[in-house]
Ligand binder design. Structure first.
Ligand code: DUC
Ligand code: ZN
Ligand code: ZN
Ligand code: ZN
Length: 468
C-alpha cells in the first residue's frame, strides 16, 4: 500500500477543528500539516494518491458500539449478515462496529464467541470487535470472563429484561459485576424490569390490546427508570463501572445524571431512534407500527429534549444504533395479532452519522460533540482509542470525507442495509458521506463502493479508558 494524502478539508475531531492535510502511510495516519504549508505541498507531490477534500469535512470513521448482525431473536434472525451490515455501515461512514456475541443458556462463553467469529471472520468490510452477552451467569461463566478480557472482548452485556431468554436476576448481575470489578471488564446493562413488563404484556393481550403501539405502553418508562436505578445501586455495591445501553426514557436519564453527580463511573448510551422517532411511529396504522418495535421502546416525543440535553451535559456519552434489522414482510409480520411476537429491533447502522450531522445542523449539538459521541467516546469507552475514533499520528486511517452541504432523502430504495424498509423513509437530511477509508484503503470512493468482504479485521480491545 502506497501513500495517500487527504488535502484541503476541515479536519474535525472531538478536540479540534483545523484546516489540515493528512499523510497516510501503511494504513495509518502518520502526520498532519497546515493546509498549503510547504510540507503538505511536498507530500501531495510525492503521494501515490491525493484525495481532494476541499469544502468538505474530514472526520474519523464512526464507531458504532452496538450492533446485532445475524442475531437469532423471536424465532427468526436479524436480516443483515456481517457482510451486508458492515457494507452498509461503510456507506454510512462507520468504520468500526462492536457487535454482541451471545452465550446460549447451558453453554460456555467460548462456544458463543466461536459462533460469532464463524459468522463474522472473513465477511466484514470494516473492522469489528465483540462484546459478550451473558445469558447464563454461573461459576464457569464468571471464570471465563477473565479470559475473554485477556483476548480483547472486554465488555459484557446483561439483561434485566426478557425473562427466559437472556434475563439475569439481581444475584447473577451482582456476581458478574463483582467479577468485572476485578478483571477490568465493563458491564453493559439492558435496563428494563422484564418481570413486571411480562405481567403487563399478559394483561394487555388478555384485554385484546394486540397492536404494535401497546409494545410501547407495556414497556413503561418507569420500568426502565427502576431498572436503571437498580443497576446503578448493584454496580455501586460491586464497585464496578456501569454502561447503560439504549437509554430512551427521561426518567432513566435522571437516574444517570444523579449517579454521575455523585461521581460514579456510570455511563449512558442512546440511539438515533430515540432522538428522532416516537410513539407516534408505533401507532402508525395497518400494522406499520411494527417497523418501530424495539426495546427499550420508542417514547412520547417529550422525552427527546431530555435525551438531547443529556448528550449536551455529558450525562449521556455515546450514540450507537442497536442496529437489529428485521424485514417487515415475513419477520415483523410474525407479530400480527400479538405485538409481543414482533421481533424487537430497528435498522440504523447506515443512518447514524447522517442523523447526528442533522442534529448539528438543527443546533442540538456542536460539530465536535458529533464526533465525540459517534467516534471518540465509543472508542475510548470500549478500549479502541486512539487507534479508532480520532485522526492523529499513529491512528488507523479510518477516515470519512463528509459533504456537509449535500442533501439526501433516506429511503429503503437507496439504502444498503438488507432490510425492506427504512425507519426514516422520506426524511431529508443535510450532509452525506462522500468517501470512506478503512485502514487507508478506500472502501467508498466518491459514492461508489470499492470495499470488499474480508478487508475488515477482528480488533482485540483494551479495557475501558473512560473511567474517572
Ligand atoms: N433490543 C432490541 O430492540 N433488539 C434486540 C435486543 C434488544 O435488547
Ligand atoms: Zn438491549
Ligand atoms: Zn442491542
Ligand atoms: Zn437491543
Amino acid at each position: 500500500m502506497g501513500t495517500t494524502v487527504i488535502r484541503g478539508g476541515l479536519v474535525i475531531t472531538a478536540a479540534d477543528e483545523t484546516n489540515a492535510d493528512i499523510l497516510i502511510e501503511s494504513g495509518r495516519v502518520t502526520a498532519l500539516a497546515a493546509r498549503d504549508s510547504e510540507v503538505a505541498r511536498r507530500w501531495a507531490e510525492s503521494a501515490d494518491r491525493v484525495i481532494d477534500a476541499a469544502g468538505k469535512y474530514v472526520i474519523p470513521g464512526g464507531v458504532d458500539a452496538h450492533t446485532h448482525m445475524e442475531l437469532p431473536f423471536g424465532g427468526t434472525s436479524a436480516s443483515d449478515t456481517f457482510e451486508t451490515g458492515t457494507r452498509a455501515a461503510a456507506w454510512g461512514g462507520t468504520t468500526t462496529i462492536v457487535d454482541f456475541a451471545v452465550q446460549t443458556v447451558g453453554e460456555s462463553l467460548r462456544s458463543g464467541l466461536d459462533v460469532w467469529h464463524a459468522k463474522a471472520d472473513g465477511q466484514c468490510a470494516i473492522d469489528y470487535a465483540f462484546h459478550m452477552i451473558l445469558s447464563d451467569v454461573n461459576e464457569d461463566t464468571l471464570k471465563e470472563m477473565d479470559g475473554l478480557v485477556d483476548e480483547g472482548v472486554t465488555s459484557f452485556k446483561l439483561f434485566m429484561a426478557y425473562p427466559g431468554v437472556f434475563y439475569s436476576d439481581d444475584g447473577k448481575i451482582l456476581r458478574a459485576m463483582q467479577r468485572s470489578a476485578g478483571n477490568g471488564g465493563l458491564i453493559m446493562m439492558h435496563a428494563e424490569n422484564g418481570i413486571a413488563i411480562d405481567v403487563l404484556v399478559e394483561q394487555a393481550l388478555a384485554a385484546g390490546r394486540t397492536d404494535p403501539r401497546y409494545h410501547g405502553e407495556v414497556r413503561h418508562a418507569l420500568l426502565e427508570a427502576e431498572a436503571t436505578h437498580r443497576a446503578i445501586q448493584l454496580a455501586r455495591v460491586a464497585g464496578a463501572p456501569l454502561y447503560v445501553v439504549h437509554v430512551s426514557a427521561m426518567e432513566a436519564v435522571a437516574e444517570l445524571a444523579q449517579a454521575r453527580d455523585m461521581g460514579l463511573n456510570v455511563f449512558g448510551e442512546t440511539c438515533p431512534q430515540y432522538l428522532f422517532l416516537s410513539t407516534d411511529n408505533l401507532a402508525e396504522p395497518d400494522f406499520e407500527g411494527a417497523k418501530y418495535v424495539c426495546s427499550t421502546p420508542l417514547r412520547p416525543k417529550e422525552h427527546q429534549a431530555y435525551l438531547w440535553r443529556g448528550l449536551r451535559t455529558n450525562d449521556l456519552q455515546v450514540v450507537s444504533t442497536d442496529h437489529c434489522p428485521f424485514c417487515f414482510k415475513g419477520q415483523k409480520e410474525l407479530g400480527l395479532g400479538d405485538f409481543s411476537k414482533i421481533p424487537n429491533g430497528l435498522p440504523g447502522v447506515e443512518n447514524r452519522m447522517d442523523l447526528l450531522h442533522q442534529a448539528v445542523v438543527d443546533g442540538h449539538i456542536s460539530r465536535r460533540r458529533w464526533i465525540e459521541i459517534a467516534c471518540a467516546t465509543p472508542a475510548r469507552m470500549f478500549g479502541l482509542y486512539p487507534r479508532k475514533g480520532t485522526i492523529a499520528p499513529g491512528a488507523d486511517a479510518d477516515i470519512v470525507i463528509y459533504d456537509p452541504g449535500a442533501t439526501q432523502v433516506m429511503s429503503a430504495e437507496t439504502h444498503h442495509m438488507n432490510v425492506d424498509y427504512s425507519a426514516y423513509e422520506g426524511r431529508t437530511v443535510t450532509g452525506r458521506v462522500q468517501t470512506v477509508l478503512s485502514r487507508g484503503e478506500v472502501v467508498v470512493d466518491d459514492r461508489s463502493y470499492t470495499g470488499r468482504a474480508g478487508h475488515g479485521r477482528f480488533t482485540a480491545r483494551e479495557t475501558c479508558q473512560y473511567l474517572g
